[in-house]
Design a protein around this ligand. Structure first.
Ligand code: PMP
Length: 972
C-alpha cells in the first residue's frame, strides 16, 4: 500500500481547536450556541453541543483528510437514515450555507467542520460484562447495518485506511516497525502471521461492499429497557469504506472480547445473530476468526504507535489495556477451535471425520474385559465426597484394573472429579482423552502408519489429519512407522500397573488440553475425536441432554409447577451447600431453605436407607421413632406446647393449625397478614395474600379471612422501628370492626419474621400486642415457623423468640425433613384434643418410621454439627459483608434479616424505594453464570432470597458476597 498515506493517517495529532474556538465556528457557520463538552476521539476533535433545540456533535477534522471521504461518511448517514430496517444513525445538519461540510479557520489553520445530531443512549463500553442476549443484539445490529450499507456506493469509500482489514498484512508490517516493546511486538507479529496465513487463500472469495468497519462497544448506543441495555444505534462513521463484508463482524467480535471474561466463545451469539440478519458464505465464516485476531493485533500495534506520537491522549491510553486484553483472549485458543465453533454456531458444524485406523493400539488386551470407570456425576464409585480427593481418579482406575486386568476412563465424559467448588468460571471437566490402567510392559502398537516423534513428555504418531498423543509409554521407536508395528510398551514393571493416556487430535500444531469446559466441549470434541475405535472397546460417555429433558418435563409436568431459570442447569447431585449439574459445574446453593443440614449428608442417607430396609408404615402402628420424635419436638417447644401432630408439609401443617383454631375456639374467622404465604391447600391458601404467588390474592379471599396491613418497616405505610403503634392500631381497627359485626375470632396466623419480604423482623412488641388482643377475643395464635424456625435465624431456634412471645400453635416443615416430606403442628394438649369432637386425625405417611427417622437424624445433625451456631456466626458475617456492598452500590436499598435468613432488597431510588425488579432478575441470572444459585422474592420480586443450608461455610459466604459485588460492579 501507499506508505505515505498510511503515515498521514496514523501520525497526525488531533486538531488543536479549543471549546471556545469551536463555539465561535458553531455560531458563525451554524447559527447555534450552547454548552460544549469534549468527546474522545483517536484522530479528530469532537464536541458534544447542548443547545435549547437539542443535542448535536460538532466534528472537526484536519484538512489533510480528503473531503471526499467526509462526503462518503455523510452519504452513508443519509443512506442509512432512509433505509428501512437499518439501525438508528445520526442525521447530518447542514451549515447556514446549505453545505454538509464547512471549512473554517482557527488561528490561521483551516479545518473541516461537520454537525450531526447526537444519538442519545448509553454506550456498552463501560459494561465489563454483557449478557448473551445483548451480545446477540449487537451481532444483529452489525448484520442489519451491513445489509443496509450493501446498496451504498460513493467514490469516497475507496480509501486507504489502516483499519481496513484488506490491508491488515502491510499495515501490521509498518506498525510493528515502530513498536518498542519487544515482547509485545513478537506476540503481535506471530499472531498476524498466523492469522494472515489463514486469510490469504480465502481473499479472492471474500465479498466487498460498503461497511462501517467500527461497530464496537464504543460506537453503539443502547436504550435501557427493563434495566437492560438494548443496542439500537450506531455512531462514528469515520472508518466507513469499501471493505470485506465479514470484516464488519470481525471488528464487532474483537471489541466483544474485552467483555468476554477470558472466554472467546462469548462472541458466538453475535456471530449467530449477524448470520441470521445477513448470511455469510462458508469462506467468510472461515475467515472470520483469523480476521478477529488480525484486528486485535492491529489495535494493539496501532495504539502503541499512537501513544508515541500523542502520549497525552488519555482516550488512547485508556484503550491500550482493553486492546491488550482483546489480543490475549483472541490468542488463548487455537484457530482451528474457533473456526469449528463458528461453523457450529451457525448450524454448519459437521461431525468430525476421523480417518479409519487400521489396527488396535493395545492388541494384547481383551476388549470385552476392560473395566470402565464412570467418573461422571452419577458415577457409582463416587459416594459422598469421594470425588473431592485429588487421587480419586487414579485410585479408582487402579482398583478396577486389579479386578479386570485393564481399566479405562470414558472419553467425552463430564467428570465430577474435575469439578472445583466456588469458582466464578466453569471448570474444564469434559474429558478429551482416555486414561488406561494396565500391566506395565504391555505392548503398544501403531494403529495407523505415520511418523512417531517425541513432544515434551509425550509421543505423537502423526499422519495426514490425525495425530495420536500417547502419554506413559517407554522404549518408543521414533521415525516412520508401519501400521500395526510395535511402538513401545506401557511404563512400569510387572506386576506393577502402569497408566497411559490416549488422545487424538486432527490438528498438527495444537497440543490438545486433556479437558475442555462445557461451553467449548463440542468444538473440542470435533478436534479431538474419540479413540474408541483404535482401543477396540466402547469407552464413549453419553452426552447429557438437559434441553431435551426440559422439554419432556414441560410435556407432562403440569405447567403451574414452574422451574427456576429459563435455561436451567440439570442438577443431579449436591454436597453440603454445593450443587452440581450434569456437566460437572459446581454451584453455591444460596436459596435452599429446605436442606438445612446440606445436600448429600451421609449420616442422613445412611439412616434413611437403613430405615427403608427395615420398615415404613403409618403412624397407627406402634414403633419407637414416632414416639421419640414427638418427644424431641415437644422438648424443643416452649413449656406447655407438648402435643405434636406429624404431617407431610408446611401447607398441611398450617391447614391443620387453622382447623385446630376453629375446633378449639368454636369460631370461624381468622386474622392474617397481607403479603404472607402459608401454603397451597384450601385453608392455608385462604390466609395467603402474597401477590407474587397468587396475583388474584387480594380479591379472592373467603369471608372468614381478614388480612391486615403487613408490618413491613422498610417499605410499608409506616416505617422504622417506631412504627409498632401504627401497625398495632391497624390490627385494633380491624378487630373492632369484627367485634361490631359480632364476628367470632378463631385465631391469628403469621410468620414471626416477615418471610415473603425477605426476612424483615416485625416491629418490636408487635406480636405481644396483637397476641393479647386475639386471646382476649378467644382466638388462638399460630406461629408459622415453616421457614424461619429450626435454627435458621442463628440467634434464635424459633422465630417467635425474637418477639418475646409464646404462640398457642407452632407449625413446622421444610428444614425439619431436610427435603423429605415432613411437617408438624406443636400445640397445647387442650387445643389438640378439641379436634376429637370432629373425629380422629390421620395422615397416611405423616410421622411414618422413615419420616420420623429423618426428623430425628436432622435434629441430631443440627445439634452435633452446631448448625444454629453456624447460622449465627456465618450469617452475621455475611450480613456485614452485604451491608458493606450497600455502602458501595445505591441499588442496594436494604439488607434484611438475621442468621441465614437474609434478604438484599434492590431499589432504583432510595427515597421512592422504586423496586428494581428487572435488575434483580438480571442479577440472579448473572450469578448463575458465576456459579451461584439465587432467586428473587417479595411481592415486587426485588429481594434476593438468601436462605442457604445452615452448614454454609464462611468461605462460601465470602464467595457469595464477592460474586454479588462483582455483578453489581459490572452492571446488568
Ligand atoms: N409457610 C411458609 C412461611 C412457607 O414459606 C411455606 C413454603 N414456602 C409454607 C408455609 C408451605 O410449606 P410447604 O411448601 O411445605 O407446603
Amino acid at each position: 500500500m501507499d506508505g505515505e498515506a498510511l503515515k498521514l493517517r496514523t501520525q497526525l495529532a488531533r486538531p488543536d481547536v479549543s471549546a471556545e474556538e469551536a463555539k465561535r465556528v458553531l455560531s458563525v457557520e451554524y447559527d447555534l450556541s450552547g454548552a460544549l463538552t469534549e468527546l474522545g476521539s483517536q484522530q479528530d476533535r469532537n464536541y458534544r453541543v447542548d443547545t435549547e433545540d437539542g443535542r448535536f456533535v460538532l466534528k472537526i477534522c484536519r484538512m489533510e483528510y480528503a473531503r471526499v471521504e467526509l462526503e462518503a461518511q455523510n452519504a452513508a448517514l443519509h443512506h442509512l437514515g432512509a433505509t428501512a430496517g437499518a439501525p438508528k444513525v445520526p442525521a447530518v445538519i447542514p451549515a447556514r450555507n446549505g453545505e454538509d461540510i464547512v471549512v473554517a479557520i482557527v488561528r490561521d489553520v483551516p479545518y473541516q467542520f461537520r454537525l450531526l445530531t447526537y444519538l442519545d443512549g448509553t454506550p456498552l463500553t463501560r459494561r465489563k460484562h454483557l449478557p448473551a442476549q445483548t451480545v446477540a443484539e449487537l451481532g444483529d445490529l452489525a448484520g442489519r447495518l451491513a445489509s443496509a450499507l450493501k446498496g451504498l456506493d460513493h467514490p469516497g469509500l475507496e480509501r486507504e485506511l489502516q483499519w481496513d482489514l484488506q490491508r491488515a498484512g502491510p499495515v501490521a508490517l509498518q506498525l510493528l516497525q515502530t513498536m518498542t516493546d519487544v515482547d509485545l511486538r513478537k506476540r503481535v507479529a506471530e499472531a498476524m502471521v498466523a492469522a494472515m496465513r489463514r486469510v490469504q487463500p480465502l481473499m479472492p472469495e471474500l465479498r466487498v461492499q460498503a461497511i462501517h468497519q467500527d461497530v464496537t462497544d464504543d460506537n453503539v448506543v443502547s436504550r435501557v429497557e427493563g434495566g437492560r441495555l438494548v443496542p439500537e444505534g450506531v455512531i462514528d462513521f469515520g472508518d466507513v469504506l469499501k471493505g470485506w463484508l465479514v470484516a464488519e463482524l470481525a471488528v464487532t467480535c474483537a471489541s466483544l472480547l474485552h467483555h468476554a471474561d477470558g472466554d472467546p466463545f462469548f462472541i458466538l451469539p453475535a456471530v449467530q445473530a449477524f448470520h441470521a440478519a445477513f448470511p455469510l458464505t462458508d469462506v467468510e465464516l472461515e475467515a472470520l476468526w483469523p480476521l478477529i485476531v488480525a484486528r486485535a493485533g492491529i489495535l494493539v500495534a496501532s495504539t502503541e504507535q499512537q501513544l508515541e506520537i500523542d502520549p497525552d491522549n488519555a482516550y488512547v491510553r485508556g484503550n491500550a489495556a482493553h486492546e491488550r486484553e482483546i489480543l490475549d483472549v483472541a490468542l488463548s485458543v487455537p484457530f482451528a477451535l474457533m473456526e469449528q465453533a463458528i461453523r457450529r454456531t451457525v448450524g454448519k458444524g459437521a461431525a468430525p471425520t476421523v480417518p479409519l485406523t487400521a489396527g488396535r493400539l493395545l492388541p494384547d488386551i481383551e476388549p470385552s474385559r476392560v473395566g470402565i470407570v464412570d467418573l461422571s456425576l452419577l458415577g457409582p464409585h463416587l459416594p459422598a465426597d469421594r470425588w473431592h480427593y485429588e487421587d480419586t481418579e487414579a485410585l479408582l482406575l487402579q482398583s478396577a484394573a486389579r479386578a479386570a486386568g485393564t481399566s479405562a476412563t470414558r472419553y467425552g465424559e463430564f467428570r465430577l472429579t474435575e469439578t472445583r467448588l466456588l469458582q466464578a468460571r466453569s471448570p474444564a471437566t469434559f474429558a478429551l482423552h482416555v486414561d488406561l490402567c494396565l500391566h506395565g510392559q504391555t505392548a503398544v502398537h501403531a494403529p495407523f502408519a505415520g511418523h512417531l516423534g517425541r513432544r515434551g513428555d509425550k509421543m505423537v504418531l502423526s499422519t495426514d489429519g490425525l495425530h495420536l498423543h500417547l502419554h506413559g509409554i517407554e522404549q518408543a521407536a521414533e521415525g516412520a512407522i508401519e501400521a500395526g508395528a510395535p511402538i513401545g510398551v506401557v511404563s512400569g514393571d510387572p506386576p506393577a500397573l502402569g497408566f497411559i493416556r490416549v488422545q487424538l487430535s486432527t490438528e498438527a500444531e495444537i497440543d490438545p488440553p486433556p479437558f475442555a469446559t462445557a461451553s467449548q466441549a463440542e468444538a473440542w470434541r470435533a478436534l479431538c475425536p474419540s479413540p474408541a475405535q483404535m482401543l477396540g472397546f466402547d469407552c464413549d460417555a453419553p452426552l447429557p441432554a438437559a434441553g431435551e429433558l426440559l422439554q419432556r418435563r414441560q410435556r407432562h409436568f403440569a405447567r403451574p409447577q414452574k422451574n427456576y431459570y429459563r435455561q436451567p442447569p440439570q442438577i443431579e447431585r449436591g454436597w453440603k451447600e454445593h450443587l452440581f449439574d450434569v456437566e460437572g459445574r459446581a454451584y453455591l446453593d444460596m436459596v435452599n431453605n429446605v436442606t438445612i443440614v446440606g445436600h448429600g449428608h451421609p449420616r442422613l442417607s445412611a439412616a434413611v436407607g437403613r430405615q427403608w430396609s427395615l420398615l415404613n408404615t403409618n403412624s397407627r402402628f406402634h414403633y419407637a421413632s414416632v414416639a421419640e420424635f414427638s418427644e424431641r419436638l415437644a422438648e424443643l417447644a416452649p413449656d406447655g406446647l407438648d402435643t405434636v401432630f406429624l404431617v407431610n408439609s408446611g401447607s398441611e401443617a398450617n391447614d391443620l393449625a387453622i382447623r385446630l383454631a376453629w375446633a378449639h375456639s368454636g369460631a370461624r374467622h381468622i386474622l392474617s397478614l397481607l403479603e404472607a404465604y402459608h401454603g397451597w391447600t384450601v385453608a392455608s391458601d385462604a390466609v395467603s395474600t402474597s401477590i407474587a404467588d397468587n396475583p388474584q390474592a387480594l380479591t379472592t379471599r373467603p369471608d372468614w379471612v381478614h388480612p391486615v396491613v403487613s408490618p413491613n418497616t422498610y417499605r410499608g405505610p409506616f416505617r422504622g422501628e417506631g412504627s409498632t403503634v401504627d401497625y398495632v392500631r391497624a390490627v385494633t381497627e380491624k378487630l373492632e370492626e369484627l367485634d361490631e359485626n359480632r364476628v367470632g375470632l378463631a385465631g391469628f396466623i403469621c410468620e414471626a419474621v416477615y418471610g415473603n419480604a425477605g426476612g424483615i423482623p416485625l416491629p418490636p412488641g408487635y406480636l405481644q400486642a396483637v397476641y393479647a388482643m386475639v386471646r382476649k377475643r378467644g382466638g388462638v395464635c399460630i406461629a408459622d415457623e415453616v421457614q424461619v424456625g429450626y435454627g435458621r435465624l442463628g440467634h434464635y431456634f424459633w422465630g417467635f423468640e425474637e418477639q418475646g412471645v409464646v404462640p398457642d400453635i407452632i407449625t413446622v416443615a421444610k428444614g425439619m425433613g431436610n427435603g423429605h416430606p415432613l411437617g408438624a403442628v406443636i400445640t397445647r394438649r387442650e387445643i389438640a384434643e378439641a379436634l376429637e369432637k370432629e373425629g380422629y386425625f390421620f395422615s397416611s405417611s405423616g410421622g411414618s418410621p422413615v419420616s420420623s427417622v429423618v426428623g430425628l437424624t436432622v435434629l441430631d445433625i443440627l445439634h452435633d454439627e452446631a448448625l444454629q451456631e453456624n447460622a449465627r456466626t456465618v450469617g452475621d458475617h455475611l450480613k456485614a459483608r452485604l451491608q458493606a456492598l450497600g455502602e458501595r452500590f445505591p441499588l442496594v436499598g436494604a439488607v434484611h434479616g438475621m442468621g441465614l435468613y437474609l434478604g438484599v432488597e434492590f431499589v432504583r431510588d432510595r427515597e421512592t424505594l422504586e423496586p428494581a425488579t428487572q435488575e434483580t432478575a438480571a442479577i440472579c441470572n448473572r450469578l448463575l453464570e458465576l456459579g451461584v444459585i439465587m432467586q428473587p422474592t417479595g411481592d415486587h420480586l426485588n429481594v434476593l432470597k438468601i436462605k442457604p443450608p445452615l452448614c454454609l461455610s464462611r468461605e462460601s459466604a465470602d464467595f457469595f458476597a464477592e460474586m454479588l459485588g462483582r455483578v453489581l460492579e459490572e452492571g446488568w
